[in-house]
Design a protein around this ligand. Sequence first.
Ligand code: NAD
Ligand code: UDP
Length: 316
Amino acid sequence: MRSSLSGASVAVTGGAGFIGGHLVAALLAAGARVTVIDNLSSGSMDAVRPFIGNSAYRFVEHDITTPIEVAADAIFNLACPASPVHYQKDPIGTWRASVIGTANLAELAARSGARFLQASTSEVYGDPLVHPQVESYWGNVNPNGLRACYDEGKRAAEALLADMARLGLAEIRVARIFNTYGPGMELDDGRAASNFVLQALRGVPLTVFGDGSQTRSLCYVADTVQGLIALMQSDAGAEPVNIGNPSEITMKALAEAIIELTGSQSELSFLSLPPDDPHIRRPDIARARQRLGWQPTIGLEDGLGRMIADFRARMG
Ligand code: NAD
Ligand code: UDP
């Protein structure tokens, strides 16, 4: 991996997704040549349309559960549905993308010498019994519940990558990404932030699951992307690094903030809480601060304002 991205050749799996689209834009802006590999299952060509015609950009429609050969100095592996609605729609496909897809790409990295960054997740901590979540915490995951296809898939991928690093087979980086939001999320993505913004702008009730006391810590997408790039370029090694914003909020407070920021007349509608839904989540980001010199810079009100403007524009 070169120290500068300028002229580097980078593959981004899942590059037509929400975070992937922003990551590709940042990599191209830094002078990298980028190959997006995506099967367009939860992503769409809308995310990559701005890059069409850029000679440094290439799109390959491909499912990572089948091996692929790509020449690259670095591989960002983001290919996996991330919204619970999407990853539970095809749970076996989700598990296969996480486990078999990651194995295929990590083996490509081992063969080619490319540095490999895995988009892992705060879901490896499950419904955490340690708060905030520090990377040394092993987690509390239901291994056969509705979320297991995603959580255990990502945990199995981490296990494989840790062994590949220990055996010296590939240069590995693992980002445990916490809830990310911002412009460009699919309107029907199904996650809390996108649902609430869409519902507030439509003037329909905001669907709060449970009593809304469960917490998440939302990170603006540009901050997440800078964290991923910093990790890829760092000498942090293969140990996982939390990438998230430690500012924690209940889902009820998030819904109320979005009603206020949109000026909506919508009310809250309380629906049943899905099984195994984590009741708290907040990253400890000391490791990211120390090893990457990274921390988030965009506050929730600012970030939600940008997301609301984007949703307004796309809803017409
Ligand atoms: P997303 O669903 O918007 O994007 C995922 C992309 O991967 C889509 O373009 C989809 O078409 C593609 N994809 C899925 N399965 C594939 C396969 N088998 N082969 C090729 N392409 C495939 O999700 P996102 O929010 O952009 O998340 C990106 C990555 O970050 C995921 O790996 C996710 O697990 C991780 N992550 C995201 C968050 C978050 O809050 N967004 C939090 C933690 C981890
Ligand atoms: N949630 C909610 N209303 C929605 C969608 C989600 O109250 O319309 C809740 C969900 O139950 C969870 C939190 O918001 O407690 C975050 O959900 P999301 O799907 O955004 O992400 P994840 O559960 O994967 O953290």
